[in-house]
Design a protein around this ligand. Structure first.
Ligand code: FES
Ligand SMILES: [Fe+2]
Length: 428
């Protein structure tokens, strides 16, 4: 359990909060590139860390993320006209470029230079992989561009989606490092999901319901190892890297693409669950890509025209008690992503961690909270750059291996847990 002050510290990410300032040290996913598909396309509302922003792409293909509201009298620029190298407020015609600089105030004499004094808040927006990334911290302290493997492999090897989750980011992220729930909540999907089924490892998952956890510190965060019994006294290890503040990778299954997540706060009671799938050495097959687009694996089906899942809290996640009884799904909710979302949203917008009772399988969560708190306080008190900002920390992989009983996973899997260009993921 956590004291209330610590729960507040870890879950609040608005301006001026310790965790909010820490998140602003990183390049974070802001939008899918597909949301701004062409020059001068409609602008998109984006809320991140409780700031209301607007993303747009100008006539020259430049991307920008600026304050949503006009500096004149506060109109939402979502209603603006995106044309001729900028976004023009439809109320009185003030115009802004992708940096938020006002470039025209039609009512004022041009020689007055008035517009040059007006600047909206603006953040960079860069495309790497299928994602537009932003950095909302001090420009003087802007880190090198992100180098996550899923975003830097060839486009035909990778697929990214996002879904709106109606809960605080931390309880969502904690689900990503809690590998013990897979045996229960996702047991039906392991057998049927086209992006999971058929791997030898699935048998070990189902065969040992009492995994033993070992958590090891890494430069950027943690490696969380879950050990289950395999044959001949050997152990099946599933190793999940967590890189601060909110990146995780699910251990692979067979030759299926490897998936993982980012959880990015929208505000304190909502977050984006980003989900990616990639294969380090081969293009995704047509069937795999289709399954991802159709919402299988870690992806989901949407309410048309939105990134809100079709199964959501307003329809009780399309709970099917008959399918639950028949054993097709363990919880009655279909799909891995929505199985997670339904339970994490059921905890309430910000779960009260003063009331929980943690057990040994929660060690990864306990250590992650501790690292987050330490790093946020070190940044606040001494200006220390948090782990995970350095691209070297981002070059990690998950792994699923069978090891003899006397081998520590962190030694035996040293190479497996690094990005190795041209080398396949380690998986059973
Ligand atoms: S409110 Fe935008 S130009 Fe007047
Ligand atoms: Fe899950």
């Amino acid at each position: 359990m956590l004291r209330k002050e610590v729960n507040d510290l870890l879950t609040r990410t608005g301006h001026g909060t310790a965790m909010g300032e820490m998140f602003r040290q990183y390049w974070v996913p802001a939008l899918l590139a597909e949301e701004l598909p062409e020059d001068d396309c409609p602008p998109v509302r984006v809320k991140l860390f409780s700031e209301r922003l607007l993303a747009f792409r100008d006539s020259r293909g430049r991307h920008g993320l600026i304050d949503e509201f006009c500096a004149h009298r506060g109109v939402s620029l979502w209603f603006g006209r995106n044309e001729e190298g900028g976004l023009r407020c439809p109320y009185h015609g003030w115009k802004y470029d992708v940096t938020g600089q006002c470039v025209e105030v039609p009512s004022e004499p041009e020689e007055s230079g008035f517009c040059r004094k007006i600047k909206l808040k603006g953040y960079p927006l860069i495309k790497i992989g299928d994602v537009l990334w932003t950095h909302m911290g001090d420009p003087a302290n802007r880190p090198p561009h992100p180098e996550w493997e899923f975003a830097t492999v060839a486009p035909e090897q990778t697929f990214t989606s996002k879904r709106w989750q109606e809960s605080n980011w931390l309880q969502a992220m904690e689900g990503g490092i809690d590998s013990s729930h897979v045996t229960w909540l996702h047991s039906g999907s392991l057998k049927t999901d086209p992006l999971f089924r058929g791997a030898r490892g699935n048998r070990y998952n189902q065969g040992d319901l009492k995994p033993h956890f070992e958590v090891v510190e890494a430069d950027g965060g943690l490696f969380i190892g879950a050990r289950r019994n395999a044959e001949d006294g050997k152990y099946y290890w599933r190793i999940t890297p967590w890189v601060m503040p909110s990146f995780t990778m699910v251990p692979p299954r067979g030759d299926h693409p490897v998936h993982g997540h980012f959880w990015v706060p929208i505000d304190d009671e909502n977050c984006w669950a980003w989900s990616f799938d990639y294969h380090p050495v081969r293009p995704l097959t047509r069937e795999e890509r289709k399954a991802m687009q159709d919402g299988f694996g870690v992806h989901c089906k949407y309410t048309p025209g939105t990134y809100r899942p079709r199964a959501n809290k307003d329809n009780d996640y399309l709970m099917d008690r008959a399918a639950q009884r028949r054993g097709e799904t363990y919880s009655g909710v279909e799909g891995i992503a929505i199985q997670d979302a339904s339970l994490q949203e059921s905890m309430g917008p910000i779960v009260d961690r003063t009331k929980e009772n943690l057990v040994s399988t929660d060690n990864g969560i306990i250590m992650a909270r501790h690292r987050l708190r330490k790093a946020a306080e070190a940044l606040r008190d001494t200006g220390e750059t948090p782990p995970g900002v350095d691209p070297a920390h981002q070059k990690v992989r998950s792994a699923a291996v069978v090891l003899p009983p006397d081998q520590a996973f962190v030694e035996a899997c040293k190479e497996d847990l690094k990005v190795r260009p041209g080398v396949k993921q380690s998986s059973v």
